[in-house]
Design a protein around this ligand. Structure first.
Ligand SMILES: O=C(O)CCC(=O)C(=O)O
Length: 299
């Protein structure tokens, strides 16, 4: 079953429908070639210098990875993490289950020629919770090279997200390669089985994964330690909040707590509108009003 494909002009709703039906969807050409090339250039020295520090059976021995301080190393990747369409899709998948969500992890991955296929897995298995209808996270794999069958395009098992329990396994033979041109994005649910493909080509395959998880879960990697205030300040308020510089729910912003202690924060207060745009569990009336639901319908 091929993975559904969309143009960048597709609505978030259409992509979410495909995600909920199949567990994965591809949007082609979502990042410009210039953006992708800049991120590649930013990542290159760090992949070369530190990429094999994460070597393991699971990560592979011919796969380079960087995740510590990713936006410090590759600030242009902020455009992917904070992309409006990605956020619109994440809003629909995650906000029904939390007040605000967060970046869970950011990883640059380069699969070198000769690497074997990674074990298929679910990203959400780090959380020991399995509740029907509750998606804990979503992931986006950005193709920083053309992804092909030969060079290790991410393998995805369509509809595998419907297998709720860890002992209730889907047939993993039915994987599809997320073949997509450079600049495209593979969206997949945290419960969808997937893994890096084998690179049988002569060229490396570079990608970048950003995951987003429910705000009441612990981040897979602590993004506000990875991106301390002096790094986070170069980004807009929405991305700062996604990195963890906010409270979950209607509580006060961390920015308030920094006020008076760190002068730089005073100059860049968060935008309350961002929270309102995304809606909050505790603010259902406002959300419905925004959606044009009248007072009578609300009762
Ligand atoms: O590199 C890929 O295509 C997928 C990598 C992945 O899923 C992982 O490392 O968890």
């Amino acid at each position: 079953m091929p993975i559904a494909r969309f143009e960048p002009t597709a609505s978030a709703g259409a992509i979410v429908d495909a995600l909920q039906r199949d567990g994965a969807a591809i949007v082609t050409g979502l990042a410009t070639p210039a953006t992708v090339d800049t991120i590649r250039t930013e990542l290159r020295p760090h992949l070369d210098a530190r990429g094999l520090e994460t070597e393991s059976d699971f990560n592979g021995s011919r796969t380079l990875r960087v995740y510590s301080s990713l936006l410090g190393l590759a600030p242009t990747a902020a455009m992917l993490v904070d992309h409006d369409l990605v956020i619109a899709v994440a809003n629909e998948v995650l906000l029904p289950h939390c007040a605000t969500y967060q970046v869970g992890s950011l990883t640059g991955i380069e699969i070198l020629p000769g690497e074997g296929a990674q074990a298929l897995h679910r990203d959400d298995s780090l959380y020991p919770i399995e509740i029907s209808g509750l998606e804990l996270q979503i992931g986006v794999m950005w193709a920083l090279d053309d992804f092909t069958e030969e060079n290790g395009a991410t393998r995805v098992v369509p509809k595998s997200h419907r297998f709720l329990r860890s002992w209730h396994l889907p047939g993993l033979d039915g994987w599809e390669s997320a073949v997509m041109p450079k600049g495209s994005a593979l969206f997949y649910l945290g419960s969808t089985w997937h893994g890096g493909g084998a690179n049988d080509s002569d060229d490396p395959r570079m990608g970048l994964i950003n995951t987003y998880s429910l705000g009441w879960l612990r981040q897979e990697a602590n993004q506000y330690l990875e991106m301390p205030p002096e790094v986070a300040l170069q980004f807009g308020p929405r991305l700062r909040a996604l990195l963890g510089y906010t409270a979950h729910g209607a509580g006060d912003d961390l920015i308030g707590k920094f006020r008076g202690e760190c002068a730089a924060w005073v100059d860049t207060p968060p935008e309350p509108a961002w929270r309102d745009d995304r809606g909050q569990v505790g603010n259902a009336v406002d959300v419905r009003a925004q959606a044009g639901v009248g007072a009578k319908d609300r009762d």
